[in-house]
Each structure stands twice: as C-alpha cells, then as structure tokens.
Ligand binder design. Structure first.
Ligand code: NAG
Ligand code: NAG
Ligand code: NAG
Ligand code: NAG
Ligand code: NAG
Length: 387
C-alpha cells in the first residue's frame, strides 16, 4: 500500500503540532489536524472550562443534556456499579517523566504553573495529575482491575498507590522515539508474560494497553466475555487516512492470545521501522497499524464505515475491531466525527489539548454523577484547552 497525498500533507503539518516541549509522557500526541480542525476564530486555548452546545441533541441513542444535567441515565453509575465477573483485567500504559528541573527557574521558583480547580500544577505535575486521574477512573468503574505502568528504568517516576505497579523496561524513551519504544515495551511486556505462562502460571489475566489520557467510564470486562474468540482488539473509526487509533489495544491473556498479539505487534514495529520512521515522534504507530491491517488481502476497509464490532483474521491473529464511538470516544472538535455521545460510551479519550477537560471532569464527578459528567465533557468538548 502506498502513502497517499493526504498522508504527505499530513506529515508536513506535523511539526506545527508539537506542543509539549519537554514532557515525555505518552499522552495522546496524535491529533487529527485535517479532519478535526477548528475554525480559525476558535483556536484560542482556554485556561478554564467553556461550555457550548452539546453535540448530538435530538438524535436517538445519543446522550441528551440540559446544560450539564443529563436527561438520560447512562446505563452505569458510580454508586451502583458492579464489576463484571470473569478474569482479571490489567490496564497497561507507558509513562515516563524526565528532567523535572525544567519546572523551576534559576531562583528555585516554580514556573509555568497552571491551575485546575484548587490545585496548581507545574508541567510535570500536570502530567502526573493526568496519570492519577486515569487511575482514579479505573478505580471507580473497574475496581477489581489494576494498573501497570511501563517506564524507563531511568525515569524519575514514583507512584505509590494501591493496585498500581511500576514496571521498568529498558529502552530508548527519548521524545523522538517514544511511540516506537512504546510498541517495543508492549512486546517486551508480553514476552515476559509468555515466560510466566511457560513456567507454569495458570490464571488468566487480560491486558488493555492504553494511553494515559483516557477515562474508563464503564466496565470493559464484557469485551472478553461477549467476544470469546479474539486474540487482540483494536479501535476503529470511519476515517480514511487514520482508521485505527493506537491508544487502546486489548489483549486476551491466554498464552495463545499473548503470543499472537506479540507477533502482530512485531509486524507493526517492523513496518514502523521500515516505512514510517519520519513520523516516529507521533503518528508512526498508527500509520503502521493501519498499514498492517489494510495490507491484508482479504480486508475490506468498508467495514470501517459502520460503527459495529467485527472480527477479522490478520496474519494469524484474530483481531476484534471495536468502534471508537464507544471504546475510544474523543470530545469533538469542529463538526465532530461521532455526532454526539453514544449512551453506551465506555472510554473517553482526551487527545491533544483536552487534558484540562480530563482533570476538570474528574473534579466535577466528585460532586455529581457519571451521566452529568459526560454532559460536561460533551458540552465543553469543542473547546481547546491550555494543556
Ligand atoms: C444522576 O444523573 C441522573 C440522570 O441525569 C439524574 O436523574 C440523577 O438525579 C443524578 N443523580 C445524582 C445523585 O446527581
Ligand atoms: C434520552 O432522554 C431523552 C429526553 O428525556 C428522551 O427523549 C430519550 O428517549 C432518551 N433516550 C433513551 C434511549 O432513553
Ligand atoms: C535538564 O534540563 C536542564 C535545563 O535545560 C539541562 O541543563 C539539563 O542538562 C537537563 N538534564 C537532563 C538529565 O537532561
Ligand atoms: C477546593 O477547596 C475547597 C476548600 O478546601 C474544597 O471544599 C473543595 O472541594 C475544593 N475543590 C476542588 C475541586 O478540589
Ligand atoms: C523521510 O526522511 C528521509 C530522510 O531524512 C527523507 O529523505 C524523506 O524525504 C522523508 N520522507 C517524508 C515522507 O518526509
């Protein structure tokens, strides 16, 4: 498969998008600059929540809101939530922080502070706050799950929380190579899990690799129960150039599931290295992922046009394709690709400059419920925030 003109244009635009000057955390750095661009007048970035009209009002099966009051009860709620029975699920994210010395000036004073709610954050602290909120949401919606943070052994990362494991993996975590290293770290992690199985480990533990700028707003255990035959799951959207998002990869924790996912990711890594190194800083993994899937002879890309889960064999692996609208929903910019928020949304992804909205949403949740919080996200999703 060739790289189309659209891609080339996209690659030239990439340098404009580098907005995190030195933080090397894997937040979602992918931005749909072409398909989702805001009109020029709306480019201002806000340091406070800005509510606008909620998308999808009047559409069936989309969350209806009155201001930030939800008119529909989404099928979950923080208090009545029951975790699904079944195998354990671990969330795995790559996260590293370097050089916190850049947070203070020569006099030892903190610089670049931003406030969210009562708290004031340096750049490093913002990144850590996002990681913490990521973990908070999982604690609420999937209390039986744990979080594994893959990180550079040299990284200055300390997280002391119940259910959180720091898992150092050697590698090259420089900013330029981070997305590449992330796949490598996933592969190394899976290799270690395979070893554990070969040494007699019996219990099944599923894994969901995600970016850390996501909020899990519903239990995800049903993915593994309702679709018993997949090895790995990816999220897709109806976007010709970027049909797959790399921010969510679910792996069935059987030896077979782990092995085939590992082989699949090795193929993605090799395509990344041979075709998309120029894009290594941000988009390379998604381009490589899409290449591996689309290059498969029998694959019909028209299946991406309908937001419905399907399974396809790709290079020996059974791949479950899950619609982004439900499993990787992004607050809309411009017209918005999802036409509002599905009532069954399970994962909200705060890509690009929507991180403030993620922190504000968590703060809001403490005095409200999930349905109302989703209205807050929906209503302020079209705004670009300052981080
Ligand atoms: C939660 O949201 C539902 C749906 O809008 C609403 O009816 C209910 O009053 C809310 N509950 C609380 C405790 O805020
Ligand atoms: C959501 O709420 C709106 C307004 O109350 C209502 O008209 C609609 O039927 C509800 N949708 C569902 C699927 O319950
Ligand atoms: C951290 O940043 C400071 C200021 O730019 C620089 O002098 C120092 O070498 C950096 N340290 C590391 C370990 O990169
Ligand atoms: C801000 O501080 C006040 C007083 O300590 C507290 O009641 C409130 O919950 C805090 N708000 C947030 C968003 O943390
Ligand atoms: C990729 O990088 C190589 C070497 O720097 C360069 O020659 C080539 O034009 C670049 N390709 C794209 C698509 O930017």
């Amino acid at each position: 498969m060739r790289i189309g003109v659209g891609w080339r244009l996209y690659l030239f635009l990439l340098p404009l998008l580098f907005f995190l000057p030195y933080l090397l955390s894997v937040l979602e750095l992918h931005k749909n600059s072409i398909v989702e661009d805001l009109p020029k007048k709306n480019r201002k970035k806000f340091d406070h929540l800005v509510l606008g009209p909620a998308a999808g009002q009047g559409l069936p099966n989309r969350l209806q809101c009155q201001g930030i009051k939800a008119l529909n009860k989404t099928h979950f709620s923080a208090s009545s939530h029951v975790a699904s029975v079944g195998d354990r699920i671990s969330f795995v994210t790559v996260f590293t922080i370097y050089n916190t010395s850049l947070d203070i000036n020569a006099d030892g004073r903190a610089i670049n502070l931003l406030s969210v709610g009562n708290a004031s954050y340096s750049k490093t602290e913002r990144s850590m706050a996002i990681l913490n909120v990521f973990i908070n949401f999982i604690e609420v919606t999937m209390p039986l799950s744990d979080v594994i943070i893959l990180t550079d052994p040299a990284s200055d990362l300390s997280v002391h929380r119940k259910g959180v494991t720091i898992y150092p993996i050697e590698g090259e975590y420089s900013r330029e190579r981070l997305m590449l290293q992330r796949i490598r770290s996933y592969i190394t992690f899976l290799e270690r899990k395979l070893e554990e199985h070969s040494q007699g480990r019996r219990h099944i533990n599923h894994y969901i690799f995600t970016d850390s700028d996501i909020a899990v707003v519903d239990d995800l255990g049903h993915i593994f129960q309702n679709h018993p035959n997949f090895h790995l799951a990816l999220t897709f959207r109806n976007n010709k150039d970027q049909p797959l998002n790399s921010g969510f990869i679910a792996v069935r924790g059987t030896p077979d599931g782990i092995l085939r996912t590992k082989v699949f990711l090795q193929e993605v890594l090799s395509i990344y290295g041979s075709k998309y190194m120029n894009a290594s800083r941000m988009l390379g993994d998604q381009l490589a992922l899409a290449w591996v899937v689309k290059s498969h002879a029998s694959f019909d890309t028209r299946r991406f046009t309908k937001a419905q889960a399907f399974v396809e064999e790709i290079g020996g692996a059974s791949v479950l394709f899950l619609p982004c609208a439900t499993y990787n929903w992004t607050p809309p910019e411009g017209a918005g690709q999802f036409h509002g928020m599905p009532l069954d949304v399970k994962v909200v992804h705060f890509k690009g400059s929507r991180k403030r909205l993620m922190l504000e949403s968590w703060n809001f949740l403490s005095s409200s419920n999930l349905s109302d919080m989703l209205c807050l996200i929906l209503a302020s999703g079209r705004t670009k925030y300052d981080f």
